[in-house]
Design a protein around this ligand. Sequence first.
Ligand code: FAD
Length: 496
Amino acid sequence: MGEKKKVLVVGAGPVGSLAALYAAQRGDDVEIYELRNDLRDPTTTPLNFTKSINLALSERGINAMRRAGRQDLLDHVMSATIPMRGRMIHGRRPNGDHYEEPQDYDVHGRTIFAVDRGGLNKRLLDILERMPNVKFYFNHKLTGADFRKCKAWFEIQGRGASTESRAMEVEVDFDFMIGADGAHSAVRYHMMKYARMDYQQEYIDTLWCEFQIKPKDGAKSDKPMEKFAISPNHLHIWPGKEFMFIAIPSDDGSFTCTLFAPSAVFGQLELSPSIIPSFFNDRFPGVTALIQPQDLISQFLQNPHLPLINIKCKPYHYAASVVILGDAAHAMVPFYGQGMNAGLEDVRILFEILDKYERIQQAEANDSHGSTSALRATALAEYSAVRVLDAHAINDLALQNYIEMRSSVLSPTYRLRKFLEEFLSVYFPGLGWQTKYARVSFGNEPYSTVVAKSDYQSKMLIPDRCAHYFLSPCALGRTTNGPDAKETIVLEPAGH
Ligand code: FAD
């Protein structure tokens, strides 16, 4: 801290890129090492995704970008977003007709935003590229690290390193490493040899596959909204108990859609692809009018079928030399739309803590190297202590919300609770009531505080004895997939 350091960022995804920007803004020498080719090169296909993936960006992610101190970042990213004011629930009436029912996210009119993850990432890379103290090393894979000696080893990939010849390896020294290399993090793996890290990972029995709704033909340029086949200002959900289909709008009028279903169902559809259109007709009313049956089949067969992983670990740092952020620290299932938002928030919180200790150091006018690194170790320990609680809380919320998105959005009890909480929020603002969704998506309170406040509101709305009588533990969001899940009255507001 204080003096200029060499910061190595491993992983140039959204979280690594934002962390690099924060470090570079503080004057450090930043080197970014990324396994893949430059995302801005049109030949690069993002890892695990078909072309691009649309995400829900909300306050925590926006706030982290706002605090990066580059208004051009936020202006550019936000100009390419589409506000989503609520969910659009798609269902079928008893007579078989398809209906759409909007459910606003927020009684005060706040929205979340659809954003192209690749576009956000590219904008960060563009800004970093123009900073004199930032260097990029694409096609560099972290293969080893010594966190006592602060040395790392990278294998140069692809271009220049033939598969037959031994891959070229480079050794790099650093003062501080930030590991933002995703769910299968190599930084985390090597850190485990140094830190006494608790680690837990779980694959849920759900796979996901991307589909696309095309823009409508013939939209007039003066009526840009006409290019969308369904409302662009909603996150569309087809809840299907065991399954779920969602659609998020893109700037060009298309929608990026995702099918979530148990792996056995994916297996059946892979074996008999001809049943895919009738599978969609039965479960997701209206979808075959938006994606032609033949396209449904080809997109299902062409696009990857990917797993969902939930990772919890602690601590997130080792001594003064390394910290892991984003999916590397807490990959979560996507049902609260918070994975990237939480990762960007990690960056803000980490640098706020580092800055706090830097101010302490300046106040004490003590800038010897030893105390610099001791202070950073203290700062990182504080970061782990604060952030582990909150990351675990959002990991759990995200898991719980799968049930809620698939079915509770249709439940009268869920709607009643939402109504009561919003009523109190509007007419008795002094009470400070909000739905859990609003606290997670429109605020910056620590996730663990959100859970505590929401539990308190549950207790106030449903006194213990009633809750005992009416609700199973699952209904209170404590378990997610118990055998009785379908019968449960769920009272938690749904995510996404
Ligand atoms: P990543 O994006 O995984 O980036 C890691 C980078 O590290 C990659 O570029 C990779 O190539 C590089 N790397 C890996 N290994 C190495 C190595 N050994 N050496 C060097 N580099 C390496 N989040 C939201 O906030 N809202 C949403 O609506 C949302 N929806 C989602 C929907 C789906 C279907 C999925 C799967 C996820 C969703 N997420 C969402 C989560 C979000 O995509 C992730 O949380 C986010 O991308 C994590 O960013 P990251 O930078 O931590 O990791």
